[in-house]
Design a protein around this ligand. Structure first.
Ligand SMILES: [Zn+2]
Length: 340
């Protein structure tokens, strides 16, 4: 939709009116990753595609309060398993990965606006300084820490030719692709190198530790799993282990024997086989990156495959970096509604 037309449709109330009726029974699930104050040192190493400022996040929450009814994961489950009704225009807020900024900066705002949420924890990263080798690689590149010597060491360990220097974004993308294509077992030794080199990034540590995972639940945030290693399930040798061991880890950390019922596949990659494995392990719900709203039929059959919409600040901001509500409305209100 054209910018002026979109603005008019939103401000006139036409688009919100359409949403109120069309999406009354559709569950909207939104996805965030990191939430950082504008002046946080972590920004120097953070990926703006997966990070929002606290003020942008607060504007999103105000928007959600105006157009939705926030629901908790247990409400979604009660609907799915027992057919309990959800309020009209229900919205579930989710976070992936397990960043400690979720407790420091997102949780107080969620509490302020009385909005529950669901957080997917990469259990292998709990208490670690950074999420994964990909994050470490990105952060080292962004902070200009990766020099030719580093690249030579990586190349030697990987046994393949890698770019000799990283002059452009394309060089970085090429390096990332080459490493991603390596079989997981061959790439593992590189993970350790990258993790070691990233020990001096600004604002560390970035990930939630075990105590913080306990604390975050007091803010109305439920926990689900996001695998152990953050490798895409479809690429790992054993997606079963990733799903099973992350579940066990989370039960141990929280001291809660209540089964973890929900997971989100790392990097959004999943297929029918992954859903089957999860279902056999006892998972009831998957929050994926299928961009759609969800029609819930309240029937207790099969695993719930919930589509989610990623909230990216650059695409939803005006020239000043502030949330443009008409863009967010346009992104969320007109998505296809698929059977979950
Ligand atoms: Zn993730």
């Amino acid at each position: 939709m054209k910018h002026s037309l979109r603005k008019l449709a939103y401000i006139s109330g036409l688009l919100p009116f359409y949403h109120g009726i069309r999406n009354q029974r559709a569950l909207t699930v939104v996805l965030f990753h990191r939430v950082l104050p504008e002046d946080a040192p972590e920004w120097q190493a953070a990926d703006p595609e997966w990070t929002v400022t606290t003020s942008f996040f607060e504007s999103c929450l105000k928007f959600f309060r105006s157009h939705y009814n926030g629901v908790s994961f247990s409400q979604v489950m009660a609907n799915h398993l027992d057919g309990e009704a959800l309020p009209p225009n229900p919205l579930l807020i989710t976070f992936d990965d397990g960043w400690n900024c979720n407790l420091r900066h997102a949780a107080p705002l969620l509490r302020k606006y009385h909005l529950p949420a669901l957080l997917f924890v990469t259990t292998g990263a709990v208490g670690k300084h950074i999420l994964s080798w990909q994050e470490a690689l990105f952060a080292l590149w962004k902070t200009r820490t990766l020099d030719e010597e580093h690249l030579q060491s990586l190349s030697k360990k990987a046994g393949i030719k890698l770019p000799a220097s990283l002059k452009s974004e394309q060089d970085f993308e090429q390096l990332l692709t080459l490493l991603q294509e390596l079989p997981v077992a061959r790439r593992r030794p590189l993970d350790d190198l990258l993790m070691d080199w990233s020990m001096d990034l600004p604002g560390l540590p970035y990930m939630l530790n075990e105590n913080e995972l306990m604390e975050i639940q007091d803010h109305g945030i439920s926990l689900g799993t996001h695998g152990v290693s953050h490798d895409a399930f479809v690429q790992t040798d054993s997606p079963h282990d990733e799903l099973h061991l992350s579940w066990k880890d989370l039960c141990r950390i929280t001291g809660n024997s209540t089964p973890v019922q929900c997971f989100s596949p790392p990097q959004g990659q999943y297929n029918k086989n992954i859903l089957e494995i999860a279902e056999n392990l006892g998972y009831v719900c998957a929050c994926t990156s299928k961009t759609a709203l969800n029609a819930l039929n309240g029937r207790n059959t099969g695993i719930l495959d919930l589509g989610r919409i990623n909230i990216e600040q650059p695409a939803l901001s005006d020239q000043n970096g502030k949330l443009d509500p008409s863009r967010l409305a346009s992104l969320l209100f007109r998505q296809p509604i698929l059977a979950a």
